[in-house]
Design a protein around this ligand. Structure first.
Ligand SMILES: Cc1cc2nc3c(=O)[nH]c(=O)nc-3n(C[C@H](O)[C@H](O)[C@H](O)COP(=O)(O)O)c2cc1C
Length: 196
């Protein structure tokens, strides 16, 4: 049996920050459990926002020619997906939201072109935020669930870390770091269950 591939998306515009450190821990768990972690740092891909042209409702494909074209096959090939992200104004940062919006072809295929939904896969969400904003994690979770729905992903677990701003602050949350590692290995096991 081939090792499961888990697409591990770092959604912050800031490299090596709190959410990416949480993802690093999850990647360790994936690799320790024998999975393959396909890391994708969205900020490096310069993803153009969806322009709402609805061409994908006719042709199934996005007309924008950018590096998202490298990402679609990686989304399709993944046995599971983990998203890590900071909360920005209650939801996910623009660099990650651009990737989410460019998933519109998956929506169009199912809801306009009546194609079958993709096979179910497990997924997880790792969120960090500062403090002081009253809106918490909810909008970021719902936004991600909306994208997971069109990708056929069941959200099996979410880790939320509050009160971190400067990158080193995640170190004050060893329990969350350990949980992210555990989640990585759990996800590998879950992908095998979904294959049955
Ligand atoms: C533009 C911007 C908007 C933010 N909005 C929020 C927010 O709405 N709620 C919150 O709790 N923290 C907010 N933060 C704080 C970040 O979530 C926090 O600094 C986080 O640790 C950054 O994660 P990273 O190190 O992975 O980039 C915001 C930060 C920035 C730069």
């Amino acid at each position: 049996m081939t090792a499961p591939t888990i697409l591990c998306v770092a959604g912050s515009p800031r490299r090596h920050g709190n959410s990416e450190l949480l993802l690093d821990s999850c990647v360790r768990g994936i690799e320790e459990a024998g999975g393959i972690a396909d890391r994708l740092e969205v900020v490096e891909y310069d993803i153009t926002p969806c322009q709402g042209c609805n061409a994908c409702s006719l042709t199934e494909e996005c007309v924008i020619s950018d590096r998202m074209r490298e990402i679609y096959p990686r989304i399709d090939a993944a046995d599971a997906i983990v998203i890590s992200s900071p909360v920005y104004f209650a939801t996910v940062p623009a660099v990650l939201k651009a990737l989410y919006d460019r998933c519109q072809p998956y929506w169009a295929r199912q809801h306009v072109l009546n194609q079958p939904a993709p096979a179910r896969r497990p997924g997880a969400l790792l969120l960090v935020r500062g403090a002081g904003d009253p809106y918490g994690f909810e909008a970021a979770v719902l936004t991600t669930k909306s994208v997971f729905a069109v990708l056929g992903i069941d959200l099996v677990d979410t880790i939320e870390v509050e009160g971190v701003d400067s990158p080193s602050e995640l170190g004050r949350h060893p329990d969350s770091i350990a949980r992210a590692e555990e989640l990585g290995s759990t996800l590998v096991g879950r992908t095998l269950e979904y294959r049955r």
